[in-house]
Ligand binder design. Structure first.
Ligand SMILES: [Zn+2]
Length: 554
């Protein structure tokens, strides 16, 4: 009779090079999994008592394994709908290519009222002389309304039909926090910046619940194939929370999902009503869906649209003769009120802050909230935060704020060219990751797919954090090379720190006994391949809570 009854494992994996991202025990050979959790992490010799007659045994054959990736800023719902229902073209598409693709989409679905698609690059209208973008689109769109998003996800390009359906004409004033670009006669030219695009989006028929579920299913499948087992939906409209719940009930939600609930976009004079967010959060919260998160847009993007809020003005040139510093979407006092109300109700707030000016306004607001509410323990997040004034880095630590960076933006290049055109030399001081880590800031990372990044693939971004170079280009050109970090640091950001940003550090993000068995087995050993090959990494096996959710067939 055994003194202590050891429950046999459901599965054991052995003969691996398993990188745990647990500093106390970084490398192990074997793990045992039971009930979705690790019950043993260590050398092969210790596995014996965990193996019973029913235990599935997997030989890793020396391959590297590690915790699943956490993508802390993504748009799986938008990405999924784009993949399944969008009229899509590459960021690099020329006007001729776009015209061909739209004509095809028009012909493919004769009954559709709307053509929804994208994404044109931020410098598209600078690089191509189209005359009126609206009239150009009218010529290829038949009788359909067309709405095409840009690569930042902040701006839209629409035709006359779409503007008419949205009730936008020459006499329509610009909405707060947005601009309809106009012809010389004042007629909207078809390009809608920031909240102006929302005016059009509001009249686009919503996808059905079934379509939303299908879109999320597709996105989760893709995430698992990249090795992602935790994903944060960075703007979750009210219609999308029920879709996550359905996915979960059907057993198709094979990642942890963190839903940052959408808040009203555009300028307000008074603080938001948090009651509807509390209701949604409570109704759709589950073991796999973490809903106590909210998203606020504070500024835009530092591209040709010049809508990110910068401390120093954008470049002045022929086209832009006035020095401007961008568009603040929420007044600082209102922002502080909003964050205070959300913080009091237990919401972690993700604030879109693309410019260093917006970063400062957000830190000021959080400072106010900390003194009013006390320390809630919630680590609010500044999203993108590519530009941070050196004086503000320590404030992230003092105010316990997470930097949610998106270095997937290193590629494709076109959006970076647009940023250089708008802010000049400052564009080369993007993502001070090394300085943030050295100061002790909570750093997390996200793809922002399908905005700016053509896919959720985390591996090229991992490589770029180590090299600061575009993984798909040869040559020595690097972006602020002194901010390069080690592979160990980059892996920590992608796994353990991501879990911390989700407030799930007790549950996932490293390979430790008692934690959720979210493990990926890789096609190559990250620590032995040349660093330029990291971008070619592919998981061969993805486990979520001890269940195989992705496997390559060979
Ligand atoms: Zn985003």
């Amino acid at each position: 009779m055994l003194e202590r009854q050891v429950a046999f494992a459901d599965m054991v994996l052995s003969n691996g090079r398993i990188y745990t991202v647990n500093p106390a025990q970084p490398w192990v050979e074997a793990v045992a999994i039971s009930g979705g959790k690790y019950t043993y992490v260590g050398d092969a010799a210790g596995l014996g008592s965990h193996i019973g007659p029913e235990t599935r045994q997997l030989d890793l054959q020396g391959r590297m394994a590690m915790p699943g990736i956490n993508d802390v800023h993504s748009h799986p719902w938008q990405g999924g709908t784009k993949v399944l229902y969008g009229c899509n073209f590459a960021f690099s598409a020329t006007p001729e290519e776009i015209a061909d693709i739209i004509s095809e989409c028009v012909a493919r679905d004769p009954d559709a009222q709307w053509i929804i698609g994208g994404q044109w690059t931020s410098d598209f209208f600078k690089n191509h002389e189209l005359g009126s973008p609206r009239e150009w689109l009218d010529r290829v769109s038949g009788d359909k309304a067309v709405y095409l998003e840009d690569d930042s996800g902040h701006h839209g390009w629409v035709n006359s039909k779409a503007l008419a359906l949205a009730g936008v004409s020459k006499d329509t004033p610009d909405p707060a926090g947005g601009v309809f670009l106009r012809d010389t006669n004042g007629e909207p030219n078809g390009v809608a910046l920031e909240s102006a695009k929302t005016v059009v989006e509001e009249v686009i028929p919503q996808w059905t619940h079934e379509q939303n579920v299908a879109a999320l299913t597709e996105a989760v499948k893709r995430a698992n194939a990249f090795g992602i087992t935790g994903i944060l939906e960075a703007r979750t409209p009210p219609s999308v929370s029920p879709a996550y719940a359905t996915l979960d009930q059907q057993g198709l939600l094979t990642t942890y999902a963190i839903t940052a609930l959408q808040t009203p976009r555009g300028k307000r004079d008074t603080a938001m009503d948090v009651a509807p967010l509390i209701e949604i959060s409570e109704r759709y919260s589950s073991e796999h869906v973490h809903t106590r998160f909210a998203k606020i847009f504070l500024d835009g993007v530092p591209t040709a649209s010049r809508s990110a809020v910068m401390l120093e003005p954008y470049l002045v040139n022929e086209e832009f003769s006035e020095p401007t510093t961008g568009m603040l979407m929420v007044a600082p006092e209102v922002l502080a009120e909003d964050i205070a109300a959300l913080d009091r109700n237990g919401f972690t707030v993700k604030i879109h802050t693309a410019g260093d000016g917006a970063v400062r306004v957000a830190l000021d607001a959080i400072e106010q909230v900390r003194s009013r509410n006390g320390r809630s323990g919630l680590r609010h997040q500044l999203a993108h935060a590519g530009y941070i004034h050196p004086d503000d880095i320590q404030r992230f630590v003092d105010l316990n704020v997470t930097a949610d960076l998106s270095p997937y933006l290193w590629f494709p290049r076109p959006i970076i060219d647009s940023i250089i055109g708008a802010v000049g030399q400052r564009a080369y001081h993007y993502w001070p990751i090394k300085d943030l880590l050295a100061a002790g800031v909570n750093v997390s990372i996200g793809s922002d797919w399908p905005s700016a990044a053509a896919s959720m693939d985390p591996w090229p971004a991992l490589e770029a954090m180590v090299t600061r170079r575009n993984p798909w280009e040869d040559g020595e050109q690097a972006l602020w090379r002194s901010q390069a970090i080690s592979l160990e640091q980059a892996l920590e950001i992608f796994t353990r720190y991501g879990a911390r940003a989700y407030r799930l550090e007790h549950l996932t993000g490293s390979v430790e006994v008692g934690k959720s068995a979210d493990l990926i087995v890789l096609n190559q050993d990250l620590f032995s391949v040349p660093v330029e090959k990291i971008s070619e990494t592919r998981p061969e096996l993805t486990l979520f809570k001890g269940t195989i959710v992705f496997e390559t067939s060979h």
